[in-house]
Design a protein around this ligand. Structure first.
Ligand SMILES: [Zn+2]
Length: 227
């Protein structure tokens, strides 16, 4: 039986997980399971679990972990996820991590690695806080990395560029606080099990992708030797 590459992608907001997941998906031919997207798809397609989730959402409540896990389990049972997967957005808390472990065991599988894309708080604020979004069509610019030709004006439709609520420095700092308080304990949890792989996320995207690729290739080699 081929060895599986069951991965969790981890890191603060603004770490570039989406970009890296896209690369991984192509390089290793693994399905990318972003739990937010998965939840929305279930609701849209009105699956049994999606209907249950919608009832919570309509009531203004958080969708319970068990429902998210049940959706993830369904997804992991699909054909394309048999050799592995890239999970993003779950787990975010210790109880979720423990629940995921139990579910994986139930499925007769185990996590191969937790890839942490490590980025400092200041870098996150610099990346997200510099974003400017146009009011007309949502085009996104960045004051430092992708500035518009004229300050405060969209290159494409001349509408005003604004700082979205989510991109305000105080909102970003709050999200980072949440991340450090709730999610960071998971880093220690997975490190203790020797499956944490720390990647320097401050490097340019290509270099980050190369480091992840090398890390996973090493894991594959170790798996082969262990057989
Ligand atoms: Zn625009």
């Amino acid at each position: 039986m081929a060895q599986q590459l069951n991965l969790i992608l981890f890191g603060p907001p603004g770490a570039g997980k989406g970009t890296q997941a896209e690369r991984l998906r192509k390089d290793f031919e693994l399905p990318y399971i972003a739990t937010g997207d998965m939840l929305r798809a279930n609701v849209k397609e009105q699956t049994e679990l999606g209907k249950q989730a919608k009832a919570y959402m309509d009531a203004g409540d958080l969708v319970p972990d068990e429902l998210i896990l049940a959706m993830a389990a369904d997804r992991l049972n699909e054909d394309d996820a048999q050799d592995g997967f890239i999970l993003d957005g779950f787990p975010r808390t210790m109880p979720q991590a423990e629940a995921l472990d139990a579910k994986m065991e139930e499925l007769g599988r185990a996590l191969t690695a937790v890839v942490l894309i490590d980025v400092s708080d200041d870098e996150v604020v610099r990346r997200l806080g510099g974003r400017r979004t146009c009011t007309e069509n949502g085009h996104v610019f960045h004051v430092e990395f992708n500035p518009p030709k004229r300050e405060g004006v969209c290159d494409l439709d001349d509408s005003d560029l604004i700082v979205r609520e989510d991109d305000r420095p105080e909102v970003i700092r709050h999200r980072l606080e949440q991340y450090h308080a709730k999610t960071e304990p998971l880093v220690g949890y997975y490190d203790h099990r020797s499956i944490l792989r720390r990647i320097d996320g401050a490097a340019p995207p290509d270099a980050v992708a190369e480091e992840i690729r090398r890390t996973l290739a090493t894991i594959r080699l170790e798996q082969d030797e262990a057989v």
